[in-house]
Design a protein. Sequence first.
Lengths: 505, 221
Amino acid sequence: MMGEKSKRSALMQQVQEFFYAEETPYGLALVRMILPAVALIPMFRRFPRVRELFSSDGAPQQLTELFGHGAVLPELPAVLASALYGLMLFALVSAIFGFRTRTSLLIGTPLYVYFNMLDSVGTMTKYTVIASHVLLILTISPCGAVWSIDGLLRRWREGRAAAIPPVFPVWPARLIQMLFAFVYFGAAITKVQTTAFFSGEQMRYWMFSDWNYPNPLGELVAMSPAILLASGYLTVVWEVSFPFLVWRPVGRFYSLGFGVVFHLLTIFLLGLYIFPFICIPCYLGYLMERDIVVLRGWLRRLRLPTGFVAAPRVGLARLIAARPAAVPLSLLWAGFAMLCTVAGAEADYRFDVYGIRTAGGPLPLKSMDPVVARTMINSQRSLREKDKFFSFNIGTRMMAGQLANAGDTFSIGETIIAQCNLNTPHEDLWVECVVEDEQRRVVDVAGQFVTRDLLFSNFPWKTCDRFIPGRYFFVLKSSGQEIARRAFTLTGEACQIPTGGLLTN
Amino acid sequence: MRVRRWASAVFITVWFLVLSGGIIGHALKMPVVGNVFGYFIVWDMFCGWQAYDNRTHMIGEDSDGNYYQIREPWGPFQPFNAVDRVNYDVSNYLATRHIRNVLRHSSHPPLDRIYVVQEIWGKQYNAPDHLWHRCFAEPRDKVSVFSLRAICAADGSPIESNPDWFLAQTLNTIADNPRLRLQAQAARPYYNTFFNPRAALGGAVDAPVFNPQGGVGLNTN
């Protein structure tokens, strides 16, 4: 009984230690400096379009509308929306420098969520959800206590008394850490539930879409099923193991190191340019006080100049400190905020997004060729048979149902696999694979039903049966139409015909 | 200090439970997370995919038979790459607002109809030239298919709406089976002969039903 009680209290002690150990929040300060800066990149891009995307004079599409709840959020007149947008930009920039950090985040975070939710089509994404969670945690955290204008001003004001960095319970950092454990575990569940993730088709088609930024490496990898499969399995294993390893002394290096590589690869493979730079800075939330001490030691030993990183913050702090003594900090912040709010409204007028005040405004609609327009409107054209097929390849080795080694030269004795990959949705198909010799004489034919649920179909051929060295063609046919043709060469010597006598019945 | 500690403990607990709810709800596909709140706690990045690429075109027609692109003349906003914002609206919710916004802020003759057309092509045609020549032996002859998604009035309100091409194609693959078509036809009663227990008890009747005792009569529609 006593043992159980002491076990329980030991567990409670561990939980208490996990959430309420007191440390200087360097990790949180780093997240505060980098995350809003990245989150602001897409928001600054949208600044000239506030009227169009986020105001009642444009075409916002609220997230609540997508879920059938109607337009729950107020859609403000363009001038007001632009003014608030300006305030949001100022508040988040102010949070980056740590000037009136709590106030900045208290104003910037709800506005960031509000504007994102107003444009669910082109602004709201899962990275903005992650950023919203982290901004919320930063708002209620002491992230502005160090490496901030607030911290500098306090130190200059209090002198020696403020020389020791302040300490706070670590639970806000733990929440950021736990958030990523949830994100990755949830993402693994999504992958397990996603059709064709583990056979590579899902990633292949994503890599071939142009919905994200350019991804030339992804397009190259999309044609390599072996890489797609291996990376798919590795990713799921990492995502599932993340929550169990990231708080272990050695496991954290694997979890976070793999995470950095994974997110960097999504830039090149999937064309995600903002997502990785939202996630990777949040990993800085895993840095505890002792890690910062170690890192500082390394930097000192390497004699790397680090002073320039703090220069803008120190410079701004000096400017703020030089203000007239009668002006309180809160009033100064409010003054800047007001200036940015007015500037936001003024910017909207000057951007004149619809070109109403330009010469010849409002701008005319572009006319269309009537033949093209009518063709598009009345088109009865159905998919070509060949468009139901993604690719046709031949090889000898399979991996998770996919052809792993496409080639065009084989030895007699090998089993050649002809594989067609299909685009879905497609109807139930009868697909044939015909083998022709160089004179286009049919050597063999195989056909099979490819039902609507199938994404690929294989035709294995034993080359020992009837082939002699030479050049042949695999011809893929569907609905009697030739879809694709692949030439291949057989080398080696023809197989010996079995000498077991001739069976006559 | 004690109040702060308690408040933080409550916040941590609620936050943990909410995110756990998101994971469990997503794993078990519970509808409780299929709402706006759920969007913030479910991590379903890249959950779907399509083998065909598609773009949305909006075409306005005036009474003289002239056609106009209903595309922002001031330049469409492209949120992530070179694809217009309206294309990211997979559910076609944005169409009405988009049409209204473009027409409201541009000069054009009075329009009678706006056609929303979906353009579809196989994603293999997105491959860059060097990759096409390496991986595909066939000539690169991309041909798009067009599907009329909706017809809208001049104010953008929909007059006719069709399922999107992907859904229509999926339904067609099923309807392509004559046996299934026959069974579906045979299973659909010509007369509505449903028994309505509430009407039989003499309660309020929402719709007419075949109920000789109640005297509601036979619905022959």
